[in-house]
Design a protein around this ligand. Structure first.
Ligand code: SF4
Length: 253
């Protein structure tokens, strides 16, 4: 019986902290590793770990064209702090022009389908280009961000992107991460202090009230409690969790 990389790494990763988790995945997963940041507090924690350890992991982002000014400020501040460029993927011009022509500049408010169409053009398609040919995709997902993310694994094979998906802070609490950002003076988005705990595109994000789900401020006009933009879900709209026996590249035999 062969054993996949994910099956071997998962128990080892579970015993480590973030720095050592990233070291281990870099050591054991051959090929290009990419971390996609949206500059949330957990993303900043991971970016800090990658850059300060000098790990060979690309830190990239998606500029949807509708981000908050504060997010662009943080992006610039982060590049200056670590003296590293954070490369961005942008929506393709022709599909974006067709989308805005068809649904209007803020057409995403009209229906869930219209919103998903916008997320597809501005986020999902650019992500597919960022992940083209990578062997590992690192994300800032945390289990306590929402019910939909509660069961996300530490590592699994993502069949949709044909890469190992690693969620190295999946079991960290928000409080623990905020504490770390303060301890290491990691720059964070100024909107967090104004009640924006999960920050995406400006027209689709609002501050939340105490006690609300962390992602309640995303697409707040929709009722679905499994609100995702499509970056982490399959075609059925359900968060991708990977098969129990991932069909990952077999390197350990
Ligand atoms: S979050 Fe809103 S503005 Fe951003 S891509 Fe999705 S629908 Fe469009």
């Amino acid at each position: 019986m062969t054993v996949s990389i994910a099956e071997i790494l998962e128990p080892r990763l579970a015993a480590l902290d973030l720095d050592h988790r990233l070291q281990l995945v870099r050591e054991f997963i051959p090929g290009r590793l990419v971390f996609t940041t949206s500059f949330g507090v957990e993303d900043q924690f991971i970016t800090h770990s990658i850059f300060t350890q000098g790990l060979d992991i690309d830190v990239v982002t998606i500029d949807t064209g509708r981000l908050f000014p504060e997010t662009y400020t943080l992006w610039e501040e982060t590049e200056a702090r670590y003296a590293r460029r954070i490369r961005a993927a942008y929506p393709q011009a022709a599909p974006l022009e067709a989308l805005v022509e068809e649904q209007g500049v803020n057409g995403f408010y009209k229906s869930v389908d219209a919103r998903k169409a916008c997320c597809h053009v501005r986020k999902v398609e650019p992500l597919s280009r960022l992940l083209d040919g990578v062997s590992g995709w690192i994300t800032g997902l945390r289990a306590d961000q929402s019910q939909a993310r509660a069961d996300a694994p530490l590592i699994a094979f993502d069949a949709g992107h044909k890469a190992l998906k690693i969620n190295p802070v999946i079991d960290y609490t928000r409080d623990a991460i905020v504490e770390a950002t303060q301890e290491f003076s990691i720059p964070v988005n100024g909107l967090h202090a104004k009640g924006f705990l999960s920050i995406g595109c400006a027209p689709c994000t609002r501050a939340i009230q105490p006690g609300e789900d962390e992602r309640a401020g995303r697409w707040w006009w929709e009722q679905d409690d499994k609100k995702e933009c499509g970056l982490h879900v399959g075609e059925d709209g359900v968060l991708r969790r990977g098969p129990a026996k991932p069909a990952a590249p077999e390197v350990f035999g």
